[in-house]
Design a binder for this molecule. Structure first.
Ligand code: XLS
Ligand code: NI
Ligand code: NI
Length: 435
């Protein structure tokens, strides 16, 4: 059954093509820095946006046209959606996908029934993965939509809610394990607070850490060897979210001895909501060897919320790919399009335009990043900028073999330092030259 009858498999046609249903830059087999584009990108599609986002907003209901969906909570409907999703993955040529438990299967009014529904859909997904070769980048549990989680899941003031969340994570981990998921993500949707007047922050953070430690222990028990991720995001929906940015997540992981088990899944729109650039967030994670995966999207600086738009900003994709190349590429992670169409782009074909655009934007980012690295001028500049640390007094400071007394003597003998220009504008010119 073809759910997208008018849409062919999307292929690379090159930059001269005017075919809106073709890649202009993403050429999966093209080799860059010794690896195919496909292997560099490890693109993923987000089940929640592709299949479950009705495109509603705070002022109106959904607009998305989904002729395959009878809107029921039945397992059959859920399986049918999975069929549609895999046809989409095949046609768009995306190898990976990500899901929340409640995206792929309905939440019913009883935990056991919900878990049975989940397991039934997981079996169906396993069959689809087998027949198509598509893979699960990561799975997660939705610990934020249901009313029971309105005051948090792992950080709920109510121990019964914590227990429910733990049971849900266990089932979602089983599902991820069964589907060979290469990672398992925690996004602390409501792990934060609305007001400190009613919040015991220390206790809530201890509980969140306990949940994550139990997940690590459970992975060991079932032999799940995928990578755990935490996904930073500030505010929205809470006033304050504990995982507000990369630095906050790393501090939390370190404080609770979890850093060996977790990496970060960093999302562009969350970075900007935190008042950072994506480049900043990636750099912070890289500094702790904790950059795991990326939720690829972008925000709208004129709007204050997580608009989850498809990435189209070439500076953005270039800077992301520079960091990914610097890291030596993804291992378990990838570029998951945690992105949704605008409410106005409600036709099924818009799903294709959206992903084609995102994939082409990242292909250009990769090509430009590789060109910047091959050119070497920016790298050479940075190297030269720090050259005073490579020998003499700089080297002595870095190696910890000097002290305040010696440095004071050194300053008296050497006088006022003449500082070199940072050359930001020149470097921006080089970037633009290579874009
Ligand atoms: C929401 C988050 C979410 C996570 C997975 O803002 O980005 O979609 O990626 O729970
Ligand atoms: Ni995300
Ligand atoms: Ni988001």
């Amino acid at each position: 059954m073809a759910y997208f009858p008018d849409i062919p498999k999307i292929v690379y046609e090159g930059s001269k093509s005017k075919n809106p249903l073709a890649f202009k830059h993403y050429n999966p087999d093209e080799v860059i820095e010794g690896k195919t584009m496909r292997d560099h990108m490890r693109f993923g599609a987000a089940y929640w946006h592709v299949m479950r986002n009705s495109l509603s907003d705070p002022f109106g209901g959904g607009t998305a046209v989904t002729p395959w969906d009878d809107q029921s909570d039945s397992v059959d409907n859920a399986k049918k959606r999975a069929d549609v999703f895999f046809e989409f993955l095949e046609k768009i040529d995306i190898d990976y996908y990500c899901f929340h438990d409640r995206d792929i299967a309905p939440e019913l009014n009883d935990f056991t029934k919900s878990t049975e529904a989940l397991n039934a859909v997981v079996d169906h997904l396993a069959g689809l993965q087998k027949s198509t070769g598509k893979k699960l980048l990561w799975g997660t549990a939705c610990l934020f939509s249901h009313g029971r989680y309105s005051q948090g899941a792992g950080t709920s003031p109510d121990a019964r809610v914590f227990a429910y969340a733990a049971a849900q994570v266990k089932a979602a981990m089983d599902a991820t394990h069964k589907l060979g998921g290469e990672g398992y993500t925690f996004w602390g949707g409501r792990e934060g607070y609305a007001t400190l007047l009613n919040t015991d922050m220390k206790r809530e953070l201890d509980h969140l850490a306990a949940l994550l430690h139990m997940a690590v222990a459970y992975a060991k028990k079932i032999g799940y060897t995928g990578q755990f991720y935490i996904e930073p995001k500030p505010r929205e929906p809470s006033t304050h979210q504990y995982d507000s940015d990369s630095a906050a997540c790393l501090n939390f992981l370190r404080q609770y001895n979890l850093l060996d088990h977790f990496k970060l899944n960093i999302e562009t729109n969350h970075a900007t909501l935190a008042g950072h650039t994506m480049e900043h967030e990636l750099t912070v994670a890289l500094g702790s060897n904790a950059l795991g995966s990326i939720d690829a999207n972008q925000g709208d600086t004129l709007l204050g919320w997580d608009t989850d738009q498809f990435p189209s900003d070439l500076y953005g994709t270039t800077k992301v790919m520079l960091k990914v190349l610097e890291m030596g590429g993804f291992t378990t992670g990838g570029l998951n399009f945690d992105a949704k169409r605008r409410r106005e782009s409600h036709e099924p074909i818009d799903l294709f335009y959206a992903h084609i655009g995102g994939m082409d934007a990242f292909a250009r980012g990769l090509k430009t990043a590789a060109a910047i690295r091959a050119d070497g001028r920016i790298e050479d500049f940075v190297k030269a900028r720090y050259a005073s640390w490579d020998s003499g007094i700089g080297q002595r400071i870095e190696s910890g073999s000097t002290n305040f007394d010696e440095l004071t003597e050194w300053v008296k003998q050497n006088g006022e330092p003449v500082v070199a220009s940072g050359r930001q504008e020149l470097l921006e010119n080089i970037l633009n030259e290579l874009l």
